[in-house]
Write a protein that binds this ligand. Structure first.
Ligand code: MN
Length: 718
């Protein structure tokens, strides 16, 4: 057939369909819209080379099948004229009235939204934005039908364009169709996307399913017959059908469950449609007595409908043919909702916090829709299709094309802080749709916002608190000022400490020794010097709380440099080492067992509870965990008795080993208190030596000498 012939055929078919479905509006409104759109698009071609008008006709055709009202059909014929032809919005309003004008305007506006992001959260924002911008569900339905027709005729587009459209359809339009309960629309969109995105998978599925179908058709027919006879037996009126599941759902199952086609058994959904809810349960009971239900596969969506208001009983049973079958049982009413959602009931559910509010709105909407049949005035019903789910919110774009949702009345400052605190704090001006605007400008739906920042900006102004609408922006501005205040406090606190130290005869740099400061900060639960200054600055702590301790430390430091005064000399338990605990007398002193310090080791005292002072090596790992307030300076008193150090020497067992080792000790003039040697399993000599030493340096020299012996493998202190 010639292109023109095909086109003429389509024109004739649509006109007769319009006449048949809308007899009373055909001559006036519908023919008027048809002719206007026909004329406007005349001469325009689609990429396939066909007349452009094929597209609006195709969209109208989809909507007629959905049973939509005459205004929607007229608007669908006109949906592309404002964007693509000499027709203006004003001309449509004037010729076809405000209602059709608003529908066309809504679709034109939705066409301008460009979806870019791949993130799920962004996809969700876009879906919300569609619902919010549509304002009237019928706009959304025209847009869905528009997309369906574009997907059906996608083959003439470039591969890149096809993939972009398919990805967008899968992320935005198919989920929207599902939410509106339009399962038939959703399934077709998804299958078309699969065909574009994975053509080889799609082709294989079509092939596999048609093979299986031939193989299984007999079984399906038999099961249909058996189900019908069960209905007859119970005296229930109803219909039984078996139809293949859509390709995309099988594909999704194969991917999600990592199965091959042969491992997917429920390719066909058997459906029983009856008159009442009690019929549903009755026939299900019957089915379960004849065929064994597969555990875990029974779903009662009648008692608990899906969010999009879908209701049905689902069960999977093992039939006498050895294959499981899924059976869906529902009433005619439920079936209508399942296939055409919007025409009967409509409900949209949100996961987020606002869901309660939304449910309330939708509850009301559903009530109105439920009364649809009883309504005298169809206009009243149409008004109920005007959705305002997202009133109180504006949807705007970042320069990258992401959608940001803000409360109505928000300004570019709110936007900036929503993007990032730094963007907010350094914001100096803003552009809306490429034009510089005052920061107090209220954002509008669909605006593109660009924030101009300057790294040297002084930060937010206090006036901004009056301009912002979001709590986050307000909190972030307040946080900025609090931090700003802190910087002032730091300066004040430092000045105060400096002045007070000077008055007491010290300089701050002299007193702020890291070790002393750490102890002071730990006591005051502060973590940085800035926090300490700031705390002094705003009056949280006094200068004396800081300075007393530091001056005390300074005084001790000075005392150290003075000739030694033996205050608080204590003799340890064994009576052979003296330790001076600075600044105290009468303490019982013990040497710690964990690190066994010897004279010459750097040591420190720990005031234990009720056990006097325990002296550790300063390097002892236990000291690090001790409360700094209880640590006290300690040093060895000048004395010569020395302490016992215990050594362990591992060496090869060669002749004269013990004599050689003993020789090294005597060369050092060190007296061995005890010595014990044994052979281990590897025939190595393990020698334990106790030796009396006076200084660490003696011990270090001894180690060196021992390690130099060729027989010695290791020396350690125990
Ligand atoms: Mn279009």
């Amino acid at each position: 057939m010639e292109n023109t012939e095909i086109f003429q055929n389509k024109v004739d078919n649509l006109l007769s369909k319009l006449k048949r479905c809308y007899p009373s509006d055909y001559d006036g409104l519908l023919l008027g819209a048809f002719n206007a759109a026909y004329k406007a698009h005349d001469g325009q071609l689609r990429e396939s080379g066909e007349p452009y008008f094929i597209h609006p006709m195709g969209v109208a055709d989809v909507l007629i099948d959905l049973g939509l009202d005459v205004s929607t059909i007229a608007a669908s014929l006109l949906h592309d004229v404002v964007e693509d032809t000499y027709y203006t919005q004003e001309m449509i309003d004037a010729e076809f009235g405000a209602e059709i004008g608003a529908l066309v305007k809504g679709v034109t506006k939705l066409d301008k939204i460009v979806f870019k992001s791949k993130e799920e959260e962004q996809a969700e924002n876009f879906r919300k934005m569609f619902m919010a911008m549509a304002k009237d569900i019928r706009v959304l339905l025209i847009k869905l039908a528009d997309r369906l027709h574009n997907m059906r005729t996608i083959s003439s587009l470039s591969s890149e364009r096809r993939h972009t459209l398919a990805a967008e359809t899968l992320e935005i339009y198919a989920p929207l169709a599902s939410r509106l309960g339009l399962s038939y629309l959703k399934c077709e969109l998804e299958d078309l996307c699969l065909m574009v995105m994975h053509p080889e998978v799609y082709a294989q599925l079509v092939k596999d399913i048609s093979l299986k179908r031939a193989e299984r058709q007999d079984i399906v027919d038999n099961i249909c017959r058996l189900l019908k006879s069960m209905l007859d037996e119970l005296g229930i009126h109803g219909e039984v059908s078996g139809r293949p599941k859509h390709f995309y759902s099988i594909y999704k199952k194969m991917v999600a469950q990592n199965r091959t086609f042969d491992q997917i058994y429920d390719l066909t959904a058997m459906r029983v449609v009856v008159e009442t809810v009690s019929d549903c349960y009755e026939i299900m009971g019957k089915i379960h007595t004849v065929w064994k239900p597969i555990p875990g596969r029974f779903k009662d969506y009648i008692a608990v409908p899906k969010p999009n208001n879908y209701q049905s009983l689902h069960t999977t049973v093992m039939t006498n043919y050895g294959t499981p079958f899924e059976i869906q049982i529902r009433t005619y009413e439920m079936h209508k909702v399942a296939e055409y959602g919007i025409a009967a009931h409509w409900k949209y559910k949100e996961k987020r916090a606002e869901s309660n509010d939304l449910d309330k709105k939708l509850g009301w909407l559903r009530e109105v829709m439920d009364m649809q049949g009883e309504m005298a005035n169809p206009k009243e019903f149409l008004d109920s299709l005007k959705i305002d789910l997202y009133s109180g919110q504006v949807f705007v774009f970042t320069p990258k094309g992401d959608v940001i949702i803000l409360p109505e009345g928000s300004t570019p400052i709110d936007f900036a802080y929503t993007v990032h605190s730094n963007v907010g704090n350094h914001c100096v001006s803003a552009k809306i749709n490429s034009k510089i605007v005052p920061l107090a400008t209220k954002l509008k739906m669909g605006d593109y916002i660009e924030i101009i920042t300057a790294s040297n900006s002084k930060g937010p102004s206090r006036d901004w608190l009056k301009l912002v609408k979001t709590t986050t922006a307000r909190a972030k501005i307040r946080a900025f000022f609090k931090k700003e205040m802190k910087e002032e406090n730091i300066k004040t606190g430092k000045d105060m400490l400096e002045a007070e130290a000077k008055r007491k005869g010290y300089s701050l740099s002299q007193l702020f020794q890291p070790k002393w400061l750490d102890a002071v900060m730990a006591r005051l639960s502060l973590t940085s010097v800035d926090d300490l200054y700031s705390a002094v600055g705003y009056g949280g702590i006094t200068t004396n709380q800081v300075l007393f301790k530091l001056i005390d430390c300074q005084k001790k430091e000075e005392a150290k440099d003075a000739p030694p005064k033996l205050e608080g000399v204590q003799i340890n338990n064994r009576g052979d080492n003296s330790v001076i605990i600075k600044g105290s007398t009468g303490l019982l002193v013990k040497l710690a067992r964990c690190c066994a310090p010897v004279p010459g080791d750097e040591i420190i005292g720990f005031i234990s509870r009720g056990r006097g002072a325990v002296v550790h090596r300063q390097s002892c790992s236990n000291v690090k965990g001790m409360e700094p307030e209880r640590l006290i300076e300690a040093e060895w008193a000048n004395q010569t008795q020395g302490v016992i150090a215990n050594l362990k020497i591992v060496a090869e067992d060669k002749g004269g080993l013990i004599a050689k080792i003993a020789g090294i000790f005597s060369d050092q003039k060190l007296s061995i208190e005890s010595m014990n040697a044994r052979l281990d399993k590897q025939h190595l000599a393990n020698i334990a030596v106790s030796v009396r030493v006076n200084k660490t340096s003696e011990l270090e020299f001894l180690f060196k000498k021992l390690q130099q012996m060729p027989e010695v493998i290791g020396v350690s202190r125990t």
